[in-house]
Write a protein that binds this ligand. Structure first.
Ligand SMILES: C[S@@+](CC[C@H](N)C(=O)[O-])C[C@H]1O[C@@H](n2cnc3c(N)ncnc32)[C@H](O)[C@@H]1O
Length: 293
C-alpha cells in the first residue's frame, strides 16, 4: 500500500465558513442539503487535485470490452460536482473530448433531497450519461432496488468507482458511529474503487455550534460520537481494517483542508490492478511532503 505519510483534516479552531451559506433558513439543511453548495465549495477545488486521465488509467479496456465505466456519486446535491467530474474525466471542453478516452462513463448520482435531484436533472447537460435519483443511501431496501436496477442494465453487480464527497460528516451526525461504519461498509461492498473527501472534525464542531446559535437541538449523535479527531485517518482505519479496502493514494488537500483519498477493494484487485504509475506518483507526493515538512 502506498500509504499517506500524514493525512490532513485536523482539528483547528481557525475554521473558515465550513459548511453553511448564510442565506439558509435555520435548520434548513439538516443533511447538508444546501441549495447552492457548489457556490461556496466549488468543484474546481477538488478537480485540480485529480488527474483527468485517472479513470481511463484505472480501467483500461480489456479485450473486446465495450461497456462504460460505471460511477456512483453519493450525496450529489444539485449535480454540479457530478457534472464537473464527468467533464474532467473525459477532458471535455466545449462538448468535445480532447483526451483519447477509450471508454465511456456512466454515473448514477443520488441524493436524499428530492428538490436538489429535480434541479440536477433539469440542469444536467449530459442526461444520457448521468442519471439522478432521489435516494436515502441509508435506507437498505430502496438502495438495493435502485442501485441494482441501474447496474443490471450493464450486467454488472458493482460500480467501478464511488464518489463520496463531503457527505461523511452528515451521515455521521445523523446516524452516529454505527451509521458511519455501515455507510462505509455498503460503499466498499458496492464499489471497486472509492474516492472519499471526508470533512475534518472542525466542521462537525462548526455545524453543532451553528445549531446552538440558532437555538435548535444538537444533532442527535454529536455528543456521543466516539469516532472523532483526525477524521481522514479514522475513515482510512475503518475502510482498511474493517471493510477490506486498501488506501491507494491521497491526492492532497483542498483549500478547505479536506483530503481526497482513493481506496481500492482488495477483493477486486485481480480485475483491475492498481496502475504502477499511480503508485510511483504517490511515492513522489509523499517524498515531497516529507521534504516540505
Ligand atoms: C455537503 S453536500 C456535498 C455535495 C457534493 N457531493 C459536493 O461535494 O459538492 C452533502 C450532500 O449529501 C446529501 N446527503 C446527506 N445524507 C444523505 C443520505 N443519507 N443519502 C443520500 N444523500 C445524502 C445531502 O442532501 C447533500 O446534498
Amino acid at each position: 500500500m502506498a500509504a499517506c505519510a500524514k493525512l490532513a483534516g485536523g482539528d483547528g479552531e481557525e475554521a473558515r465558513k465550513e459548511e453553511e451559506p448564510q442565506v439558509l433558513e435555520p435548520g434548513a439543511a439538516p443533511f447538508g442539503n444546501f441549495p447552492h453548495y457548489s457556490r461556496f465549495h466549488p468543484p474546481e477545488q477538488r478537480l485540480r487535485l485529480l488527474p483527468p486521465e485517472l479513470l481511463q488509467r484505472l480501467f483500461p479496456p480489456k479485450g473486446s470490452e465495450t461497456r462504460p465505466i460505471l460511477g456512483l456519486d453519493v450525496g450529489c446535491n444539485s449535480g454540479d460536482l457530478s457534472v464537473a467530474l464527468y467533464k474532467h474525466f473525459l477532458s471535455l471542453h466545449d462538448g468535445k473530448t480532447c483526451s483519447d478516452a477509450s471508454r465511456e462513463l456512466r454515473f448514477l448520482c443520488c441524493d436524499i433531497d428530492p428538490g436538489l435531484v429535480k434541479r440536477a436533472e433539469k440542469e444536467c447537460p449530459f442526461p444520457d450519461a448521468l442519471t439522478f435519483i432521489t435516494l436515502d443511501f441509508m435506507n437498505h431496501r430502496t438502495r438495493k432496488v435502485l442501485l441494482s436496477s441501474f447496474l443490471n442494465q450493464f450486467e454488472c453487480s458493482v460500480f467501478d468507482i464511488g464518489f463520496c464527497m463531503s457527505i461523511t460528516m452528515w451521515i455521521h451526525l445523523n446516524h452516529g458511529d454505527q451509521g458511519l461504519w455501515e455507510f462505509l461498509a455498503h460503499l466498499s461492498s458496492l464499489c471497486c474503487y472509492l474516492l472519499v473527501e471526508p470533512q475534518p472534525w472542525k466542521c462537525y464542531r462548526a455545524a453543532a455550534r451553528r445549531l446552538r446559535k440558532l437555538g435548535l437541538h444538537d444533532f442527535d449523535h454529536f455528543r456521543s460520537l466516539a469516532i472523532q479527531g483526525d477524521m481522514a485517518n479514522q475513515i482510512v482505519q475503518i475502510l482498511t481494517q474493517d471493510h477490506g479496502m486498501e488506501l491507494v493514494c491521497c491526492f492532497g488537500n483542498t483549500s478547505w483542508d479536506r483530503s481526497l483519498l482513493l481506496f481500492k477493494a482488495k477483493h477486486t484487485i485481480e480485475n483491475y490492478p492498481i496502475p504502477e504509475s499511480l503508485i510511483e506518483e504517490e511515492k513522489e507526493r509523499n517524498r515531497l511532503r516529507f521534504w516540505r515538512q
